[in-house]
Design a protein around this ligand. Structure first.
Ligand code: EPU
Length: 413
């Protein structure tokens, strides 16, 4: 529930990146000894992943922002159902178990299903490394006597496929080259962890990644990068409420695309070493936004940005070139009075005044878009259902917003 209309003011601390965390946790099982992850976000997806590793026999201690994973007694057992279905990123167990044990049986992933999200490029990668892949009752069975390095060209730039192939290739014989790899900061984070565990990966963050397989990997300690999507969401919320917010514990370079777009609209932004101050303005100009792979504007910020563009004068066009149909938040915004038309993979957004309504979050980032919408509405109470989606990606959201001066509460609180 949100009683909006208050400018957000103050400082918000950004936690570790969700999309790194849920790749780093499974990556840890490639090690024979204890891996410690610091700066972990407190999220339901992280909790589910911890349980998944425990189900496989690992010892996991999770205390606030630190997780200690001892995978020495872990085994590769089939996981066709249960927790794997709750989490899209459970697909990283495929690459990690394949790398360590030469075998994995994992149920096809769940998670935020805003549109069909195939994993054909992951499978193509495993097969190129010499694995046999078959489907059995909704689960993928992947097996290899010996993984061998290979040259793999990804037909689609995919974060998940790039990471999954890095995981398996770390323990293959010989050298793997991934061409047309994704360049997201989370890829670099995973490569940094793997290298600290003894892997030999070069080129992460570029479109060509070279992985020289190693026979053994060992424990280490690693601090997760800040969550650029969470940070970008607070930046957009600060702008939308015409507030003044310092978004702290970020890597400003990871936020360049959103910073540039906000500035183009007329938002004032001040970058410091590890924080960004966003100062909202009374009038914003319309802009066109194209969601692209990194370093382009993140698709995960496309929906929050869609809400902000309702606050600009004139007509803006927002297009998503990563997911063509990630627009389920639009009908909900329209229920709040937004003037938006969908045309193919674009939304045409006319500046308009939003009003309070009962709306439904259909996925994580759609939920973030609706929270921002609610924060801008001065009269009445916006009620958002489906908040369990929002919990997947924004830890301490209510507390953070309260600290920034918002009036927001959970109806069961
Ligand atoms: N794709 C394929 N085949 C594949 C893999 C991907 O066609 O085998 C397509 C997808 O359908 C999509 C595009 O390639 O059109 C990019 O997908 P990608 O594989 O990069 O996405 P992902 O790894 O499944 C991660 C994040 C998403 C984020 C995307 C894009 C995780 C667990 N998820 O998904 O995060 O939107 O990268 O940056 O890391 C979120 O946080 O809300 C979220 C959905």
């Amino acid at each position: 529930m949100i009683a909006g209309g208050r400018p957000l003011r103050g400082t918000v601390q950004i936690s570790g990146a969700k999309n790194s965390a849920i790749a780093l946790i499974p990556a840890a099982i490639l090690s024979e000894t204890t891996v410690t992850l610091d700066n972990l976000p407190t999220l339901s997806d992280v909790a589910i992943y911890a349980e998944l590793l425990q189900d496989l026999g690992a010892t996991v201690h999770w205390n606030e922002d630190q997780m200690v994973i001892d995978p020495s007694r872990l085994v590769s057992k089939p996981m066709p159902n249960g927790n794997v279905k709750k989490l899209r990123a459970s697909y990283y167990l495929m690459g990690a178990l394949l790398g360590r044990f030469g075998e994995a049986t994992i149920g096809l992933p769940g998670g935020c299903n805003f549109e069909p999200r195939p994993i054909d490029q992951h499978i193509k990668g495993f097969e190129a490394l010499g694995a046999q892949v078959s489907t059995e009752n909704g689960a993928l069975h992947i097996q290899a006597k010996q993984l061998r390095g290979a040259k793999i060209y990804l037909d689609v730039v995919s974060v998940g496929a790039t990471i999954n192939i890095m995981l398996a290739a770390s323990r293959a014989k010989g050298v793997t080259i991934i061409e047309n790899a994704a360049k997201e900061p989370e890829i670099i984070d995973v490569a940094t962890l793997l290298n600290s565990m003894g892997a030999k990966i070069k080129g992460a963050g570029t479109e060509t990644i070279r992985v020289e397989g190693v026979d053994e990997m060992h424990g280490c300690r690693h601090s997760i990068i800040p969550d650029r999507i969470q940070a970008g969401t607070y930046m957009i919320a600060a702008a939308a409420t015409r507030g003044d917010v310092i978004v702290d514990n970020v890597i400003p370079k990871h936020l360049e695309a959103v910073t540039a777009k906000l500035q183009e609209m007329g938002v004032h932004i001040f970058e410091m070493d590890e924080s960004i101050r966003v100062v909202g303005q009374p009038i914003y100009e319309s802009v066109d936004v194209k969601a692209l792979v990194y370093p382009g504007f993140a698709t995960d910020l496309q929906s929050p940005m869609g809400t902000l563009l309702t606050q600009a004068r004139g007509v803006s066009i927002i297009s998503d070139y990563v997911y063509s149909n990630r627009f389920k938040y639009i009908p909900e915004l329209v229920r709040m009075g937004a003037k938006i038309k969908l045309e193919g993979r674009s939304a045409v957004i006319e500046g308009s005044k939003l009003s309070a309504a009962k709306v439904k979050a259909t996925d994580l980032r759609a939920g973030a878009a609706l929270v921002i919408a609610g924060l801008t509405v001065a009269e009445g109470i916006t009620e958002i259902t489906g908040v369990e989606y929002i919990d997947r990606g924004y830890d301490h959201l209510v507390t953070n917003l309260l600290n920034l001066g918002a009036e927001v509460w959970r109806s069961n609180d």
